[in-house]
Design a protein around this ligand. Structure first.
Ligand SMILES: Cc1cc2nc3c(=O)[nH]c(=O)nc-3n(C[C@H](O)[C@H](O)[C@H](O)COP(=O)(O)O)c2cc1C
Length: 190
């Protein structure tokens, strides 16, 4: 299963359209999770996860952790807000610190950093922006993907103006290209 994670609250918006296009182009079974729908609390930095093996917060992340660990590849999408990711995406990333302490995956080379259950999974990142600032939004997601030792197959910063990204053929073509790259990365892995 290819997991899409979308951090926009706008179901008809641009980020969702991009993530859906990438997922479709993989030609594989996929699931799109809207962070807006699943109730994601803030990470409070308590690090109880490191001692207890999971986050104490019992919210939508509990199920998302399972999907992240179980998926074959991931597509993460964020609208660009103030030149960075949306708060929903930032919270999802922050809360993912708990993934390192669930006893799954290879040990991190950094002492105390737990394990890397997402290591090697192909990942694509996309961000929609009206005009400016998408580079840092992509950088933020790239550092999350890098921290997890995932395999970043590509990224797309889509400048949509105030319009609908679906009308930009070149951008939608790029999104489809990312889906194909995920598929290729998975076939090499097998
Ligand atoms: C809180 C907020 C902050 C935004 N910040 C920026 C920005 O820094 N640069 C920009 O060009 N557009 C900015 N925008 C516009 C969105 O990036 C743009 O409308 C994008 O297409 C939204 O994605 P969505 O359709 O998936 O919701 C902002 C919008 C909101 C609501």
């Amino acid at each position: 299963m290819i997991l899409g994670i979308c951090g926009s609250g706008r179901k008809e918006g641009n980020t969702g359209a991009l993530v859906e296009e990438v997922l479709k182009a993989t030609g594989m079974q996929s699931e799109l999770v809207w962070l807006y729908d699943i109730n994601v609390g803030y990470c409070d930095g308590c690090m109880r996860c490191a001692r207890e093996g999971n986050c104490w917060q019992k919210d939508g992340m509990a199920d998302l952790y399972k999907k992240m660990i179980g998926c074959e590849a991931m597509v993460i999408g964020s609208p660009c807000y103030y030149g960075d990711v949306s708060g929903l995406v930032k919270s999802m990333m922050d809360r993912s610190i708990a993934l390192g302490y669930m006893g799954i995956g290879k040990e991190s080379e950094m002492p105390g950093h737990g394990r890397k259950p997402l290591a090697g999974k192909p990942a694509a990142i996309v961000s929609a922006v009206a005009g400016h600032g998408v580079e840092r939004a992509l950088e933020t997601m790239e550092s999350f993907v890098g921290f997890g030792d995932m395999n970043l197959v590509g990224k797309l910063g889509a400048i949509a103006g105030m319009g609908d990204v679906r009308e930009k053929k070149d951008v939608m073509d790029e999104a489809r290209g990312l889906g194909v790259k995920i598929k290729e990365a998975l076939s090499v892995k097998k």
